[in-house]
Design a protein around this ligand. Structure first.
Ligand SMILES: NC(=O)c1ccc[n+]([C@@H]2O[C@H](COP(=O)([O-])OP(=O)(O)OC[C@H]3O[C@@H](n4cnc5c(N)ncnc54)[C@H](OP(=O)(O)O)[C@@H]3O)[C@@H](O)[C@H]2O)c1
Length: 138
């Protein structure tokens, strides 16, 4: 098994997730990028970067993605739960459906992702879970 570290990054299609992916690739990480519409980034070396279907609202998506990552790379050293949404409404303006969507993507999905990769992260010996969140998320 290759000793080169592997990170899973959710929401890697744009924004912070895409920038983080490029930065980690430049530091020598191999990457498993989770996206709603998987597309290989222009800068990526397909031998070192895989793109996989991942929708945070699908409760089974993290298990499938972690399994595909292990099949492709043989290890997982870090999970970056970056996919997230914001609601441009106050807590008074928002309704239950808004809050349900927010909790599903920003809270429940990151926990599922950590759980799906947990045993591989433990095997890594230096596994890390990074959750990207706003101050209000914290
Ligand atoms: N930028 C900021 O100032 C700021 C501040 C506080 C917190 N954050 C947090 O930082 C993270 C990244 O922010 P950003 O500014 O880079 O956001 P962004 O540009 O809006 O990108 C969000 C990413 O999350 C993905 N995503 C959204 N819903 C998803 C779902 N259901 N399943 C899978 N992927 C999904 C998007 O994919 P698609 O391309 O498919 O839509 C996109 O890749 C988020 O968690 C956000 O809450 C950002």
């Amino acid at each position: 098994m290759s000793e080169e570290r592997v990170a899973m990054i959710s929401g890697a299609s744009r924004g912070i997730g895409a920038a983080l992916a490029e930065a980690l690739a430049a530091k020598g990480w191999r990457l498993s990028l989770g996206m709603r519409r998987p597309e290989m980034p222009a800068w990526a070396d397909p031998a070192r970067v895989g793109v996989f279907a991942y929708d945070a609202v699908d409760a089974d998506a993290s298990d499938r993605w972690a399994e595909e990552t292990l099949r492709t790379f043989g290890r997982i050293d870090a999970v970056v739960a970056n996919a997230g949404i914001g609601i441009a409404k106050s807590v008074i303006e928002a309704d239950d459906a808004d809050l349900d969507g927010l909790l599903e993507v920003n809270v429940k999905a990151p926990r599922r992702l950590a759980k799906s990769a947990w045993s591989a992260l433990a095997s890594s010996g230096r596994g890390r879970v990074i959750i990207v969140a706003s101050l209000s998320g914290k």
